[in-house]
Design a binder for this molecule. Sequence first.
Ligand code: 6PG
Length: 257
Amino acid sequence: MTAEPELLVHPTPIDLTRAAADRIVAAASTAIGAGGRFVMALSGGSTPHALYTLLAGPTYRPRIDWTHVHLFFGDERCVPPEGAASNYHMARESMLAHVPIPAAQVHRMRGEDDPTAAAVAYEGELRTLFDTPAGPPATRPGARFDLVLLGMGDNGHTASIFPRSTAVREGTRWVVADQVDAVPASRVTLTPPIINAAAEVLFLVAGADKASMLKRVLEGPSEPDLLPAQSIVPRDGRLAWLVDAAAAAALARSPRA
Ligand code: 6PG
């Protein structure tokens, strides 16, 4: 059963980042307590950099049992892992290099490989971890992401699921390669089916430049092909939008967190 999406508006980006870190700590504690591991997909772009830095810092790092964490990526740009445009590079510099997560539990999308081959390999890695060799993703504990962290672009994309794209229309594959209207154009991305199987999806959106698109996505008509963030509707999980006041400025309803 899909609960109503939560919308939590925080006064500043710092408050937003702390709130997201608290939710991740709580989700990790719940998942590890219930099933012995926490499987999370990281988002890319610039917004989560402060969050990753906070999670790797002295306040939050001790609050997560990193030895029981598996980290995946929601999407990757098809560039080498040491490239400045790489989502893995950003996560590594801000967090992965500073927390005691076993290297084998950081599951990188291989942006340096042929995109289609990288997508197929990544789906295989997910299917093995989730014990689902074929067919649609399950929503039983241990067979899905415990948490997927997402951002939203000012054109309504999320992960590398862009308007009118192969990814936004994908109903079967869990990971696809796509050419998108952004730089770099070649991407590998999780698709709505696997994201929507997650136990919890957290959108993190900040900044006045996102305000008009956030209003369209949350309060406008349903048009997920044009607004891929609307394609994220967990089948049996929690959906929360954590936004700052600047991004929420155009919303008719903006409950203060
Ligand atoms: C990426 C991200 C993408 C991002 C949005 C928002 O690879 O760029 O996964 O979906 O979350 O574009 O990006 P900003 O946080 O930089 O605004």
